[in-house]
Design a protein around this ligand. Sequence first.
Ligand code: NAP
Ligand code: GDD
Length: 346
Amino acid sequence: MKKKRALIFGVTGQDGAYLSKFLLNKNYIVFGVKRRSSIINTQRIDDIYEDINYKSNFVLLYGDLTDASSILNLIKKVNPNEIYNLAAQSHVKVSFEVPEYSADVNGLGTLRILEAIRSLNLEKKVKFYQAGTSEMFGKTKSKFQNEKTPFHPVSPYGVSKCFAHWITKNYRDAYGIYACNGILFNHESPIRGETFVTKKIIQGLVRIKQGLQKKLFLGNLYSKRDWGHARDYVEVMWKMLQQNKPDDFVIGTGKTFTIKDFVNKAAKKIKLDIRWTGKGIKEKAINIENKKIIIECRARYFRPLEVDYLKSNALRAKKILKWFPKKSLDNLIDEMIEHELENNND
Ligand code: NAP
Ligand code: GDD
């Protein structure tokens, strides 16, 4: 049987790396789009390149979501069965600093892919996945968020992703493209970017325990997030593209924890005995063993507006896609700690 061809925008990111491996194991030929950078940005996928079983089915190509002609040429050249748009300026806080660029990549970038599909008359041939986000729910008042919960984005990132969501739906309805929006809640892993809070906490606490770092500086400790494992979440991206008809799905664990809960869980596992003291920006954590302050809050890590509370209801995905998250938050933290310890012992 002829192998399916997948084109992944954002292949060098956390999800791109997990999805590439997932699709290669499903016998796809994977074409990954990377952008030019001044230093090598393929660390997360180097092991795929080096793996003799994957090598001949994994191809990297240059492109950029801000460059319409590169997108058109790539799709024409690859002639994919499935396109996964995982590329984004994905940092919420940074989107307040670079709002126009975030809108360009995340919003217009998605439109550029959809327009390329249309220009090449591939509407009935190619399936499209758009990486949507729980950040679109923003200042939600709902106890659980599902596919019917209204969007109320509160960051340039969230707004740009709403544009991407609606334009994907619009092209599905208007031109019959098999296009799906995954509305994914936070998902993490050992290869999570270092400026996202889970990775920053694990990396910081492990280094403090090993005497390699003195303090960890954080922002808002009281926002709540529904954290899953990236490996579980890439599977569902693929599942969305294997149905009889395209649709949008909320994906999450249905459990929510504060940032402080995450710190407490991680510290306990790393065997750092901590005690919290102070309030607001003055809140800090002290290492009980040596009485040293190891966590402090800094204004620069707070956002102009915050998404306070996220908790998914992924019932539709469970029913229709038969998708269930396999890893708990505890499993995730264990895996992230183990990876960090291995890394620091190299
Ligand atoms: P990530 O690690 O930040 O990866 C983002 C990817 O996009 C990287 O490969 C990056 O390339 C690429 N990229 C950025 N700007 C680009 C541009 N102008 N042209 C082409 N590629 C560009 O993000 P992730 O955590 O894997 O998330 C994947 C997608 O899911 C993103 O769209 C994100 O917004 C969305 N999402 C993530 C979560 C989550 O919790 N992880 C939840 C919901 C939705 P470089 O490596 O060169 O920077
Ligand atoms: N990054 C960061 N750094 N966040 C901090 C810090 C810190 O030092 N201290 C506290 N936080 C809080 C943030 O204010 C936010 O409420 C929460 O930790 C999570 O922040 P991030 O890990 O940066 O993730 P995010 O929820 O803003 O965005 C991630 O999840 C979205 C899905 O809801 C990203 O992956 C987005 O791309 C994704 O769409």
